[in-house]
Design a protein around this ligand. Structure first.
Ligand SMILES: *Cc1c(COP(=O)(O)O)cnc(C)c1O
Length: 366
């Protein structure tokens, strides 16, 4: 029986190809690689993923616990701000804990003394084209930018985390940014044993010079005497997921419109946040449609595409690039049916690993 749409489909073969790149980078560079759960936390895929990676990193207590329970390996804890009531539980589940500010370290650091403690640094430069996602934006709360303030607490620190890349496919740009990090923080880097360089490096993009990146990371590690960590999210899952939908209605209001059984804000919210269109392939043919979601939001539009045949109710569409920042962000806006999660296994078989129903909707409210 065909699977009822909408559903997210994770392609384990495409995922494995990314993971193989990650494993190669790990081997060539000596860096350890942690999956950033905030991007992708579909734990049914972790059995495959953990063989290629060192562990996971988190942005909250719940992600941390999920990483410990479902991924295993080395489990890093980070939060923009830990609550006092969270810290003991966080320490109990983490192999390392990273504080976002000197004030958090001063207030809660003593309760985390049993495990290695790190501090997030903000170099004040980034590779992000979007103000919304730019850790170096004005008045940023993400990390300590003053080397002197970090130095004042260095005795409590084993490492640093710096995350200032975002979908960066340009190795030369990464190289320059890392150079700027070194200029600003080199005397501090030498005094700790590990440095996490965060996520956002798109080393799985076609044509990315993996060897050059690996050599740069190795030099960085040797120069400062540190173990380097990377925390990729999107780079590990890019091209490895789709949102499978069905056309429910077609209209002509100056343009041909097709309404599908999913929604941007509820199921691929980054499209709205970043003003982007979903990708549908091959996007060729004589029939152009604006593909729209089924919520009441007027701008619930996935994009405009060309199709070889007219769309009719029942036509199936596959919205690409739907693995990262989708399943972790989906919500119940409009009470629209939440897409199930299915995996396409390495042998080509498809299995549904999670379905959501009315009771889940009810249970998300009270
Ligand atoms: C978002 C984030 C990541 C993962 O970023 P990607 O762009 O998905 O690779 C890693 N580390 C930190 C601290 C983050 O905030």
């Amino acid at each position: 029986m065909p699977i009822q749409t909408p559903y997210y489909l994770v392609d384990m073969g495409a995922l494995q190809a990314n993971l193989q790149q990650a494993a190669r980078l790990r081997e060539l560079s000596g860096a350890k690689i942690q999956l950033a759960l905030k991007c992708f936390a579909t734990w049914a895929a972790f059995d495959l993923m953990r063989a290629y990676l060192d562990g996971s990193t988190s942005s909250s207590l719940y992600e941390l616990k999920l990483g410990r329970e479902k991924f295993g390996g080395e489990t890093h804890a980070y939060s923009v701000a830990w609550a006092g009531h969270e810290i003991d539980e966080a320490v109990a589940h983490a192999d390392k804990i990273i504080f976002n500010s000197v004030s958090q370290l001063e207030r809660l650091g003593a309760r985390a003394a049993a495990i290695p403690r790190g501090l997030r640094l903000n170099p004040g430069v980034s590779a992000s084209g979007y103000d919304l996602a730019d850790p170096a934006r004005p008045f940023s709360r993400l990390g300590e930018s003053d080397p002197a303030r970090a130095e004042a607490v260095i005795e409590q620190l084993d490492g640093f985390m710096i995350h200032n890349n975002c979908e960066n496919r340009d190795f030369a740009r990464f190289d320059r940014l890392l150079g700027q990090v070194e200029e600003r923080f080199a005397p501090l880097l030498e005094r700790v044993s590990w440095v996490s360089l965060g996520g956002g490096i798109h080393f799985t993009a076609a044509g990315y010079p993996l060897e050059a990146l690996a050599a740069r990371l190795r030099r960085f590690a040797q120069r400062h005497g540190v173990q380097v960590y990377l925390e990729p999210g999107e780079a590990l899952v890019q091209g490895a997921g789709s949102l499978e939908v069905t056309v429910l209605d077609t209209l002509y209001h100056g343009k041909h419109l097709a309404i599908v059984d999913a929604a941007t804000e509820a199921h691929m919210p980054d499209l709205l946040l970043y003003g982007a269109a979903a990708r549908i392939e091959p996007n060729r043919g004589a029939h152009r449609y604006m593909v729209c979601g089924k919520t009441c939001l007027a701008g619930d539009v996935f994009g405009e595409y060309d199709f070889p045949e007219p769309l009719v109710p029942g036509s199936r569409l596959s919205l690409r690039d739907a693995a990262g920042y989708t399943m972790v962000k989906k919500n119940w806006f409009n009470g629209v049916a939440m897409p199930a999660i299915a995996l396409k296994d390495l042998d080509g078989g498809i299995r549904v690993v999670r379905e959501f129903g009315y009771q889940d909707f009810v249970g998300s409210l009270g």
